[in-house]
Ligand binder design. Structure first.
Ligand SMILES: [Zn+2]
Ligand SMILES: [Zn+2]
Length: 283
């Protein structure tokens, strides 16, 4: 099969032929129809995430068709269209797995990181972590839901019932989360890199009532802020823009260092937290 392979960090991917993978008992062999590119793929290629499997087929936003099944796989039929997300395997027995926090599993393995992913004609995936894909979505529309959508949704959920929602970094996750947030009747404030008028226009087209530079205070204090850009300096900026008792959620897997900031912008019961990975329940 054709595949794109990462052989070492900070090297270009190499296009080559690999043997067809064989499904283990609970795995599906999937013909890849689409695989989106996530910022995390770039963090892996850039060596910013520790210890990827090497060599590695990256890609963890996969939509494909089941072409073969392991002998114990019974959730899907040959020909079914399935999605393969970032969360590829969990142990099922650690204290996190047993308490609804499989995203924090001590032994979790991730697609396109510790497990070969979707930048290939074929891939194998544990069927217990695959999702049926609604026929109303095309392959290309559905692929980003497997990470940007799922982890974006988890980030939004951890912001609670905030009405005035700030979003820092208007890429894949934000563009999906903005639509969900507007559907829920929240008010949207979008923050982009200074001068990125295209992203600000895009945010307004998705229902943001205000869009501006990340260094600028919004017209009203935020009830919560979601940070999707991997930029630590946005943490104090978002805290300063958030009201007393509000929440700032960091949605990414990697971020540059957070600069020191005065305690007063965290005080008054502001909450600062991160999101790690996803659970199948988030889907
Ligand atoms: Zn576990
Ligand atoms: Zn991702």
């Amino acid at each position: 099969m054709h595949a794109q392979l990462l052989t070492a960090a900070r090297r270009p991917l190499v296009a080559l032929e690999l043997p067809t993978p064989r499904p283990e008992p609970e795995q599906l062999l999937i013909a890849v129809r689409a695989c989106a590119v996530c910022r995390t793929d770039l963090h892996i290629v850039d060596g910013e995430l520790a210890d990827p499997k090497l060599p590695l087929v990256p890609g963890h936003e996969i939509i494909g068709t089941v072409v073969e099944k392991g002998e114990a796989a019974d959730r899907f039929a040959i020909g079914d269209r399935v999605g393969v997300p970032w969360l590829g395997w969990t142990c099922g027995v650690c204290k996190y797995c047993r308490s609804g926090q499989e995203n924090l599993c001590d032994r979790a393995r991730f697609t396109g990181y510790q497990i070969d992913g979707g930048y290939a004609e074929l891939t194998v995936a544990d069927e217990r972590y695959c999702f049926a894909i609604d026929g109303r979505y095309g392959d290309v529309e559905a692929a980003p839901l497997m990470c940007a959508g799922l982890i974006g949704y988890r980030t939004l959920r951890l912001a609670g019932d905030a009405e005035r929602l700030g979003i820092y970094g208007f890429g894949a996750a934000a563009h999906i989360v903005a639509q969900v947030a507007r559907h829920q009747g929240r008010r949207l404030f979008a923050f982009t890199r200074p001068g990125d008028m295209a992203a600000q226009d895009f945010a307004r087209s998705l229902g943001a009532e205000w869009a501006g530079h990340s260094t600028v205070a919004p017209p009203e204090p935020l009830d919560a802020a979601l940070i999707f850009a991997p930029v630590g300096a946005l943490v104090p900026a978002a805290l300063a823009a958030t009201r007393k008792g509000g929440t700032v959620v960091c949605g990414g897997i990697h971020m540059s260092d957070i600069p020191s900031f005065p305690y007063r912008i965290l005080w008054e019961e502001r909450v600062l937290r991160s999101v790690a990975n996803l659970t199948r329940r988030d889907a």
